[in-house]
Design a protein. Structure first.
Length: 667
C-alpha cells in the first residue's frame, strides 16, 4: 500500500508580487504535504503559553484543525487546514485551508493598517488608520494616526485621475468598467479602449493575486505542475515545493522522487524493482543496491529462506517451505534433515497453530490447565477463561467443572447441594437428600428427564404424553422453537435434560441452535429428531452426526464411532414390526443431501412404509447420541402418523417405546 509522507519544507522566494498597485503580502510558506505537516502551528503552544497540553505534541488531536494549531490552540499558518477564520493567522479560511493574507481578501490582516489598504497594499482614504504617510492616498498620516483626506476621495475626477477617484499616478487602480489610459490604471492590468476590464481567471494576465497566469491564489483554480506557487492550495496537485507545483502523478521523476512519481518522502512508496535510496522509499520497506525489494515479488531474495518468506525481513514460511532455523517457519518448527517447515501439532512442544498456550487450546488441541493462556471458555479444562487466563474451578463460576455433578453444585468440593432435577452422583449432592439413578437426577422420579420442544402441537396430545408417564419417565413440554429457536438455542435450558426431542424441526438451524445443540451432544446428551420436514434439508447434516458427511464443514461430529451391529438395541424391543435396512457406506448417497463416510448410520423400514430410522452414537467426549426418524414419506411426521396413519401407529409407538427404554438404560 502506498502512503503519502507529510513533510514540512521551507520555501524561499526573493521578492513579492505587485499586482494592480497593491503589493502582495503572500509570504513564503512551508509546504505542508497537502495542507498537513508535522510541525507546530502559529506558536509553541503547550502549558508554558497557557495553551492546552495537546498543542505541542506533534499530532492532530483535541479540536485542532491541523497538528498543534487551530481550535483551542494558536492559529494555523498559511496552507494548513482550518474550519473557521479564527483558526488561521491570516483570518482567511476557504475550502478548509488557511490562505495567505492578500490585499483583496476583505479582511484586515498582514501589515495592513486598514481593510485591504496600508502596510504595503493600496493607500488608505482619509480617516483610516495609518502608521506613515505612505499608507495614505493623501500622503499624510495625521498625529492621531489617521490619514488626511485627499483628492482621490472627493467624488470627482480631477488631478490625473482616469476615473472618479482612481487611476493616474496618485490614486488607486480602477476597477472594471472605469476609465484608463494604461495598464497600470487598472486593477486587472488590462486597459481596453480606455476602459478597465474586470479580472478573470481566463484573461491571460497575471492579476488578482494569482501565483501564475490565471491560476493559483485565492480566486483561481490550482496551477499545474512546474507553475509558480506559494502554498499547496495554489497547486492542482496540492503540493508546492520550492516555489513550484509538483505532483506524484505527472509521469516525471521530479523533486525528491527516487523513481517516477514515488519515493523521496513526499510521494507514495515505490514498488518492487523501482529505484530507491533508503528503505522508506519502498513499499516492501527494503532498498538493496538502489532497488526496492520485498516479500511480495515472487522471488527468493534478501535473506529469505524461501520465496517471499523466512529470514529476518519476511514472515514465516508455511508447511513445506524451505527453512534454516525455526524462526523461518510460521509453526516455529524447522526439520533439520529436510530443511523444510513442519506443520504445527498439539504435541510438538511449540506454541503454534491456533493454540492459545503451549500445545493446548484453540479448538484442535486439548483444553488448557488452570493458569494458562486462553481466549474463551472452550480453551480451558475448567471451562472458565477470565482476563485471558484459565481459572481454577469454583462453586460460583457458572460452569460445571472440578468435581461438581451439575453447574456450581454437588460433588466433593464443598459446593452447595443441587436442586431437584439437577445432576447428582449421590444423595449428598442433593438438597432433597434423594438422588434417583437412573437418570442421576436429584429428586424422586423414575426414568429419564425429557425436554420436548415442539414446533407444532403433537407433544400436547394426551396419547403421546401417556407414553412417557406409562413408561416411568418425567418430561417438560417446552415452548415452540419456531424459526429462530427458543429452547433449542438456549444452552442453559438444554443442559438440564437427559434427552431432548425436536419434532418437525426447522429446515435450517440458526447459528445459536447449532451451538447449543453441539454443546448438548458433546457433554453426552441424547437428541431425537423427528418429522418429514427435516428430510432432505440442511438440518440432516447440520445436526451433527445424523449422517457422517464427507465434508467436515457439514457438521462438527464427523468423528462419531461406527455402529457395526446389523441390529441396534433401539430396534429390538417388544412387538417389533420393522426390519433393518441397508448400512450406508462411503459410496452410498443418502437422500438427505450427505454422502456418508462410514457405517455410523443405520436405516430401517418401519411397518413396510418408507419411514426411516437413523442412529449415530459415540459423539463428543460424553458419548452423545442422535436418533432420527421421519414419517411415511408423504408429508407427515412420525408422531403425527401415530394418530392419523392407519398402517403405522403400532410400529411407530413400539419404536418410540424402545427408544425411551434404550436411551434411559444406556449410560
Amino acid at each position: 500500500m502506498r502512503l503519502i509522507s507529510l513533510v514540512t519544507i521551507q520555501l524561499a522566494l526573493a521578492s513579492a508580487l505587485t499586482l494592480g498597485g497593491c503589493p502582495s503580502e503572500r509570504s513564503t510558506p512551508r509546504d505542508g504535504g497537502i495542507g498537513f505537516d508535522t510541525g507546530g502551528g502559529g506558536g509553541d503552544g503547550g502549558a508554558d503559553s497557557g495553551m492546552p497540553a495537546n498543542c505541542d505534541n506533534g499530532i492532530l488531536d483535541g479540536n485542532e484543525t491541523s497538528a498543534d494549531c487551530g481550535g483551542s490552540c494558536l492559529p494555523c499558518a498559511d496552507g494548513r487546514m482550518c474550519a473557521a477564520p479564527m483558526d488561521c493567522e491570516s483570518m482567511v479560511c476557504r475550502t478548509r485551508y488557511c490562505l495567505v493574507a492578500s490585499c483583496t481578501d476583505g479582511v484586515q490582516n498582514g501589515a495592513e493598517t486598514g481593510l485591504d489598504c496600508g502596510g504595503g497594499c493600496g493607500r488608505c482614504v482619509g480617516g483610516v488608520a495609518c502608521t506613515a504617510g505612505t499608507d495614505c492616498l493623501s500622503g499624510e498620516c495625521l498625529p492621531d494616526s489617521t490619514c488626511s483626506a485627499s483628492g482621490c476621495e472627493d467624488g470627482e475626477q480631477n488631478q490625473d485621475e482616469t476615473g472618479v477617484d482612481c487611476g493616474g499616478m496618485l490614486c488607486r487602480a480602477c476597477a472594471g468598467g472605469e476609465g484608463c489610459l494604461r495598464t497600470e490604471d487598472c486593477m486587472s492590468s488590462i486597459c481596453d479602449a480606455g476602459t478597465c476590464t474586470a479580472s478573470t481567471c481566463m484573461d491571460r494576465t497575471l492579476n488578482q493575486e494569482e501565483t501564475s497566469t490565471d491560476c493559483g491564489g485565492p480566486n483561481c483554480d490550482g496551477c499545474p505542475d512546474m507553475f509558480s506557487c506559494l502554498i499547496d492550495t495554489d497547486c492542482s496537485g496540492m503540493r508546492c515545493v520550492s516555489g513550484a507545483c509538483v505532483s506524484c502523478m505527472d509521469g516525471v521523476q521530479t523533486a525528491e522522487e527516487t523513481d517516477v512519481d514515488c519515493g523521496g518522502g513526499l510521494c507514495d512508496t515505490c514498488d518492487d524493482r523501482e529505484m530507491c535510496i533508503v528503505g522508506t522509499d519502498c513499499t516492501g520497506g527494503t532498498c538493496e543496491t538502489g532497488l526496492c525489494v520485498s516479500c511480495m515479488d515472487g522471488v527468493q531474495n534478501q535473506d529469505e529462506s524461501d520465496a517471499d518468506c523466512g529470514g529476518t525481513l519476511c514472515g514465516g514460511c508455511g508447511t513445506g517451505g524451505a527453512c534454516g532455523v525455526a524462526a523461518d517457519c510460521t509453526s516455529n518448527i524447522c526439520d533439520g534433515p529436510t530443511g523444510t517447515c513442519n506443520a504445527p501439532g498439539c504435541g510438538d512442544g511449540v506454541l503454534n497453530g491456533a493454540e492459545t498456550d503451549l500445545d493446548c487450546g484453540g479448538g484442535s488441541c486439548l483444553a488448557c490447565m488452570d493458569g494458562l493462556t486462553c481466549t474463551g471458555a472452550a480453551d480451558c479444562q475448567s471451562g472458565v477463561c477470565t482476563g485471558g487466563v484459565c481459572q481454577v474451578p469454583t462453586c460460583t463460576d457458572g460452569a460445571r467443572n472440578g468435581g461438581e455433578t451439575d453447574t456450581d453444585c454437588g460433588g466433593p468440593d464443598a459446593c452447595p447441594r443441587c436442586a431437584d432435577r439437577q445432576r447428582c452422583g449421590a444423595a449428598s449432592d442433593c438438597t432433597s437428600d434423594v438422588c434417583t439413578s437412573p437418570p442421576g437426577r436429584c429428586g424422586v422420579f423414575a426414568g429419564c428427564y425429557w425436554g420436548l420442544i415442539s414446533q407444532e402441537t403433537q407433544f400436547t396430545d394426551a396419547n403421546i404424553q401417556n407414553l412417557f408417564t406409562l413408561n416411568g419417565h418425567t418430561f417438560d413440554v417446552l415452548s415452540s422453537n419456531g424459526t429462530g429457536g427458543v429452547h433449542s438455542s438456549n444452552a442453559t435450558t438444554l443442559a438440564t435434560y437427559d434427552v431432548v426431542v425436536l419434532h418437525e424441526h426447522d429446515r435450517v438451524l440458526s447459528a445459536a441452535e447449532n451451538t447449543a445443540l453441539t454443546a448438548f451432544l458433546n457433554r453426552g446428551g441424547r437428541l431425537i429428531v423427528t418429522g418429514y420436514d427435516s428430510l432432505g434439508s440442511p438440518t440432516d447434516c447440520t445436526l451433527a452426526g445424523l449422517v457422517r458427511c464427507a465434508s467436515p464443514s457439514d457438521g462438527p461430529f464427523s468423528t462419531a464411532i461406527v455402529v457395526d451391529a446389523a441390529t441396534h438395541g433401539i430396534m429390538s424391543g417388544p412387538a417389533q414390526t420393522f426390519t433393518m435396512g441397508q448400512a450406508l457406506t462411503a459410496t452410498t448417497t443418502d437422500h438427505d443431501r450427505c454422502t456418508p463416510t462410514g457405517g455410523a448410520v443405520r436405516l430401517a423400514s418401519v411397518g413396510g412404509t418408507s419411514s426411516k430410522l437413523q442412529i449415530t452414537e459415540g459423539i463428543g467426549t460424553g458419548n452423545g447420541m442422535v436418533v432420527y426418524w421421519n414419517g411415511n414419506g408423504v408429508g407427515s411426521g412420525a408422531l403425527t402418523d401415530w394418530n392419523t396413519t392407519a398402517a403405522t401407529p403400532t410400529a411407530l409407538q413400539n419404536l418410540f417405546v424402545n427408544t425411551l427404554e434404550y436411551l434411559c438404560a444406556t449410560p
